[in-house]
Every structure is written in structure tokens, then in C-alpha cells.
Design a protein around this ligand. Structure first.
Ligand SMILES: [Zn+2]
Length: 196
């Protein structure tokens, strides 16, 4: 079944560094990458976001707290910044890069190579509803879904196609979803700590 043309799939940060073997791996990341690809055919429009760091300041730390600071990840020109090999990148109509010089959790902070932001791009393509999937559920997926509602889109997080880092931050994200009206659908694939 194909979704209507006003609904887009936003694939958030399914990148090597966020999957097993990466520098900031989320448990279940590779499984999410495979699952997301099976979902793409149902959507007339699929876009992706990616963490794309050059020098993001205190977003990186040698002694990260895994709340506001993190081990270096998704650095431009490294393998870690690439999309996971299970992701069918040919299906992406556009890629929005974020976080070059500062932390950026939401895909709505991202832009195309030409500098077009995600909200503007979606509006130009007559998108009114977005389904959000990818990594990680409690950080960049949550921030993207919340910003989508803020920008006037109807947003839904598909829990079978994402994975969370921590039960605590995931509970906080769910609370915010209820407050602003982000819909959730399915069961969270995995809730675990970052892979060592
Ligand atoms: Zn980052």
C-alpha cells in the first residue's frame, strides 16, 4: 500500500557511527537501517537527515556525559558519517545535513547542499504529514518529530523503525510527544544503552 502524496518519510541519521561498530552506536542501529529500507517503497517521498560534523564545539568530548556531550561521531570525510550500507540511499529525494559547527539534533536544523531547510523543502513539495524513523528515538528522531509539529506538519514516529538510547530520555520524549500531539505507532525496536 502506498501512502498519499502529501505524506513523506523522514529517515533520521541512519549513519555508520550510530550503528554497531560506530563511535556512538545505538543498540539495534543496524536492524533499524535494514527495517527502514523495507519501509521506503510505501512512500511516494523519502528524505534523509544526517549528522555532518566539522567542528561542533562542546557537542564532542573526550569525557562525554552522553546527555549533552558525546564521543566524536559523524565527522565529515570519515566512514562514520556515511549512511549504513543497509540503507537504500537511492530512494532519498534529498539529504539534509546538520551540525557542521554546533550540536544539531533536529533534522529541521538541516539543509540541502544549496542551503534549503527541511521545512521549506517539504512545503515546496506539498507535504503536510511526516512519518519519522531512524536513530536515535530519544534524541534526533524525537527532536525532528517535535520540530515537525512546531513547523505545522502532522508528525508520527514509527516505533518499529527506530531505537532509543535510554529508557529515561525515551520516557521524556514520549511525554513531550503527548504534550504537542506527535503520534506514535508500533513498538520500540530496542531500548538500550550505547554499545561499548
Ligand atoms: Zn552529533
Amino acid at each position: 500500500m502506498k501512502h498519499p502524496s502529501h505524506r513523506a518519510l523522514i529517515v533520521v541519521d541512519v549513519q555508520n557511527d550510530f550503528c554497531e561498530g560506530g563511535s556512538l552506536a545505538v543498540r539495534g542501529g543496524a536492524a533499524v537501517a535494514g527495517a527502514v529500507t523495507t519501509l521506503m517503497d510505501e512512500y511516494p517521498m523519502v528524505v534523509a537527515t544526517r549528522d555532518y560534523h566539522i567542528d561542533p564545539g562542546d557537542h564532542f568530548s573526550e569525557t562525554p556525559d552522553f546527555v549533552d556531550s558525546w564521543p566524536p561521531h559523524c565527522v565529515v570525510h570519515t566512514d562514520g558519517v556515511g549512511f549504513h550500507p543497509k540503507v537504500d540511499v537511492d530512494r532519498f529525494a534529498e539529504v539534509f545535513s546538520k551540525g557542521a559547527y554546533s550540536a544539531a539534533y533536529s533534522g529541521f536544523e538541516g539543509a540541502t547542499a544549496e542551503g534549503v531547510g527541511l521545512a521549506q523543502w517539504l512545503r515546496e513539495h506539498h507535504i503536510t504529514d511526516v512519518d519519522v524513523v531512524g536513530l536515535a528515538a530519544d534524541y534526533c528522531v524525537a527532536a525532528t518529530a517535535l520540530d515537525a509539529v512546531d513547523a505545522g506538519f502532522k508528525a508520527r514516529v514509527l516505533l518499529n523503525y527506530t531505537a532509543a538510547i535510554s529508557p529515561t530520555t525515551w520516557a521524556q520524549a514520549e511525554e513531550r510527544f503527548r504534550e504537542v500531539g506527535v503520534q506514535v505507532d508500533g513498538d520500540l525496536l530496542y531500548t538500550g544503552s550505547p554499545v561499548e
